[in-house]
Design a protein around this ligand. Structure first.
Ligand code: FAD
Length: 480
């Protein structure tokens, strides 16, 4: 039987930064699906939001609260912003290479709904890739790759460990403290920007174990995504492009967003997503236009996007790229307090995108999520170091899960299509009811455990969307 001080589920920014903050005297095991880099952190482009200095904290808080449409937890937002300066300093002290100008000053960029430039980036538009590589290189913890967590070992109000599936075998691993850092829910949707393996397993487990999920109706759709590639993960065109001057136009080159909001391209994501969605429904095309950029600037500031789209045959920045909205980020998740403690549980934490800390409210301010992963994972570790000594080992009898059954692949596709069409950018009560019926029927079929977890997560989104009768933030409902 294996016993660790900590098991961390997930090797994205939240899981890796949690591990970095745990004293080296503790045994730590990080679990990740395969391959290690296939997480949302790796794909993050724009950067990390931070208050630029003490004087900027009130404005960062204000922008975050405004984006959250009044539904943020104000205390959590204050904690996020106040701690932003120290976590960024910590990264710099550890040697993380944020982009700088020729004089060595940090380069801050602006993204939608921020009132000033306060986004730090690395590798131009490869912040996530750089950060993931860097955090992995710093970690001393044992990392187990190619593992799927399929159960949480919970008895009463205490967690004792997890069940994993690795190489066809299911094993129980025990820990005094479990930190869930398993990311969002992207694969529930037909069109999404997320890493392929981000499939809401732990949100599903939480639902089945009776843990509280909150704000699940708040699903953010990114407005500028190239959805015409074959892969499950669609290609994001970062907000920073618009921050730097790219425009959104229709087939006639008209900036139609100005018909919807005077801020045009810099309106919040949900407004821009809905405007594009509606314009497309009226039979128009939508494009991201880079004609304000020189090739030299584009290549240097957005090297990954430049390379990806040149490879796809688009002569950027001269040629515009067709875009559509796609699912991007989950504001809700496993409900925690501001120390990452899962409500009602001992020794169990949730951090990063899987958690609902209250910092995002009804809508996330751009680039606040890498920051959330850094700030709250550190706090969760700080809190865990003060846990009492009354945890006693308890062994669980082995339970085998059948992970997939025949027909699951088709059902998964139906689930994704249902979520996109009926639980998407613009929702109707009748369609949400239809979606609920579809998943409730599916749940009664002879299905595998992994699909059951997805369904549990999807159901929590649909039920939350039905419960929220009025549009607010990223939840937009119209008609019956
Ligand atoms: C294309 C894209 C661009 C983005 N750009 C930005 C940006 O510029 N700035 C910003 O702040 N945010 C951005 N975001 C959002 C941000 O990247 C994520 O919210 C954040 O990285 C989530 O980090 P995380 O550590 O919580 O989860 P992730 O980085 O997604 O990591 C999740 C981990 O959990 C593991 N896992 C999941 N399920 C299981 C399981 N059952 N068993 C074992 N392991 C499991 C995965 O293998 C992975 O290791 C972007 C997101 C995307 C998709």
């Amino acid at each position: 039987m294996k016993l660790y001080d900590y098991i961390i589920v997930g090797a994205g920014v939240a899981g890796l930064y949690a591990a970095l903050n745990i004293p080296s005297s503790k045994s730590v095991l990080i679990l990740s699906k395969d391959p290690l880099w296939e997480c949302n952190t790796f794909y993050a482009q724009g950067g990390i939001a931070t208050a630029t200095d003490e004087a900027d904290i009130p404005s960062h808080i204000e922008d975050t609260l405004k984006a959250g449409a009044g539904l943020c937890d104000k205390e959590a937002v204050e904690i996020l912003s106040r701690n932003s300066i120290s976590v960024v300093e910590d990264l710099i002290n550890r040697g993380f290479p944020f982009d700088r100008d020729a004089d060595g000053n940090l380069l801050f960029t602006k993204e939608a709904a921020h009132s000033k430039p306060r986004i730090l980036h690395a590798g131009g538009d490869a912040t996530g890739r750089e950060l993931h590589k860097f955090l992995l290189s710093q970690t001393r913890a044992k990392v187990l790759e190619g593992v799927i967590v399929v159960d949480l070992l919970i008895e009463g109000d205490t967690i004792y460990g997890v069940t994993i599936r690795q190489g066809g075998k299911q094993t129980q691993l025990y820990a005094r403290c479990v930190i869930i850092a398993s990311g969002g829910v992207g694969s529930l949707y037909e069109y999404h920007t997320n890493a392929k393996k981000i499939s809401a397993d732990l949100q599903g487990l939480a639902a089945l174990k009776g843990l509280q999920l909150m704000d699940m109706e708040f699903t953010q759709f990114h407005p500028t995504v190239f959805v015409y590639n074959k892969r499950a993960r669609k290609l994001l065109l970062t907000e920073a492009l618009r921050g730097e001057g790219a425009t959104i136009v229709d087939e006639e080159g008209r900036r139609f967003l100005l018909d919807y909001d005077e801020r045009g391209e810099l309106a919040s994501r949900d407004i821009v997503s809905r405007a594009i969605y509606r314009h497309q429904k009226e039979g128009h095309q939508a494009y991201l236009d880079f004609s304000n950029f020189t090739e030299e600037f584009f290549k240097k500031r957005f090297p990954t996007i430049y390379r990806n789209f040149q490879n796809l045959g688009y002569d950027v920045p001269r040629q515009r790229v067709p875009i559509s909205p796609a699912f991007h980020f989950m504001m809700g998740g496993i409900a925690t307090d501001t120390w990452g403690r899962v409500y009602g549980m001992r020794n169990l934490y949730a951090v990063g995108e899987v958690a609902r800390t209250g910092v995002h409210g009804a809508n996330r301010l751009a680039s606040n999520s890498l920051l959330e992963g850094l700030v709250f994972s550190k706090r969760a570790v700080e809190d865990s170091l003060m846990l009492g000594n009354d945890w006693k080992m308890r062994e669980f009898s082995p339970k085998q899960f059948i992970l997939t059954k025949s027909g699951d692949k088709q059902r998964k596709q139906l689930l994704r299509k249902t979520m996109w069409e009926k639980v998407g950018i613009i929702r109707r009560r009748s369609e949400l009811q239809e979606a609920l019926q579809i998943v409730t029927d599916m749940e009664k079929e002879d299905i595998g455990h992994l699909l059951r977890l997805r369904i549990a997560s999807a159901k929590s989104i649909i039920e939350a969307a039905l419960a929220r009768k009025k549009s607010i933030g990223a939840h937009y409902i119209e008609g019956e």
